[in-house]
Design a protein around this ligand. Structure first.
Ligand code: COI
Length: 347
């Protein structure tokens, strides 16, 4: 291993570039804690850099790993604040439990976020839509070729000063061949394997000029589920519809925020199974006026078109509802509006 700088040296050497993109710039420090013999270590801030890991670690071999995506914001001169971190803590614990890993205690999860967001306060971008993206990550460090849960784990909180995932309206490719997650599987857990399952489809989507894939249900491939890393919404006859959660859909915290914000703003919201054939017919008949994606990284992002396997583009055309909800969400997240939901967590 190369000699590592101290935390102070790493922080002092870092400058925030003008152009950030999403997840491209790593913050100079990270929080690290370990789990061994049934106990969590206290955890501490260390410089961001390479880590040592056995090549047969089950996190590498079997994706024995889970993660979260969340954000820290700053309104100078106040200290940084987080958005719904206890919801992320809960989902992180449920994801770990689903794959048989020990859950990170909520107090350790929050300590890690606080340590990283506070140390990086000067690097939290304040341009609207930008933030410090936080990536709590839990993975096994024990080596083994057998398919059993490990006894040793590491918890890291990584960070990246970031812009939104997409810089404009997205084109989405309907994935008719692969499926992302099975009934009774791990699709509702934020575990690495779900994202591996999505990558070939994303490559196909990008080759076709799109950003992400739209997944269909794993059994019949008839109802829409989610996008890779985002949930999906449709504005139909002025109502806001989204697929009802199942064990193959990630329960997005932004998804929940959209539903609550929309209801608070007077929209009727509907969670239901959404057949793809019906959605395409609703777009053609102008009943579905807009589609949009939600996610921590994506925020709320209009979808300009759905590309089907037959090459047809389906364009709902509008984006006013998505943009209004996006502004309301950002106003709360970025401290310009009252937070009637108790979502803001001050450090
Ligand atoms: C997020 O929105 O935080 C995600 O985890 C989605 C993706 C960037 C992996």
């Amino acid at each position: 291993m190369l000699p590592q700088p101290t935390v102070e040296q790493a922080l002092a050497a870092f400058t925030l570039p003008e152009k950030l993109g999403f997840g491209r710039i790593s913050a100079p420090v990270m929080f690290s804690a370990t789990y061994e013999k049934g106990e969590w270590s206290e955890g501490r801030l260390i410089p961001f850099g390479p880590i040592e890991l056995m090549p047969n670690a089950r996190s590498i071999q079997f994706a024995e790993s889970v993660f979260e995506g969340m954000k820290a914001y700053r309104v100078p001169p106040a200290r940084p604040h987080l958005f719904r971190p206890l919801d992320n803590a809960g989902r992180f614990a449920r994801s770990a439990t689903r794959v048989g890993m020990p859950a990170v205690p909520e107090s350790l999860f929050l300590a890690g976020l606080d340590a990283v967001a506070s140390a990086c306060a000067d690097f939290i971008p304040t341009r609207s839509g930008s933030s410090l993206y936080l990536r709590p990550t839990l993975f096994s460090t024990e080596g083994g070729y057998d398919v059993v849960n490990s006894g040793a784990f590491r918890f890291l909180v990584l960070a990246s000063p970031s812009e939104p995932y997409s810089s404009g309206p997205m084109r989405v490719r309907i994935e008719r061949d692969d499926v992302r997650a099975a009934r009774g599987g791990v699709g509702a857990a934020k575990t690495g394997g779900n994202y591996a399952a999505a990558m070939r489809a994303t490559t196909r989507a990008v080759a076709d000029g799109c950003t992400v894939s739209l997944w269909l249900d794993p059994q019949q491939r008839q109802t829409i589920e989610e996008l890779s890393g985002m949930n999906i919404f449709a504005v139909i006859d002025g109502e806001i519809h989204t697929p009802v959660l199942s064990d193959s859909i990630l329960p997005g915290i932004t998804r929940d925020s959209v539903l609550r914000l929309a209801a608070h703003s007077g929209y009727r919201t509907v969670e239901r199974p959404m057949p793809i054939a019906e959605l395409l017919a609703d777009i053609a008949a102008n009943r579905c006026s807009e589609l949009f994606a939600s996610g921590t990284a994506a925020i709320i992002n209009p979808i300009e078109s759905l590309l089907d396997a037959d090459g047809r583009q389906h364009r709902p055309g509008a984006s006013a509802v998505a943009l209004r909800l996006r502004q309301s969400l950002l106003d709360i997240q970025e401290g310009r509006a009252q937070d009637p939901f108790g979502w803001i967590h001050r450090l």
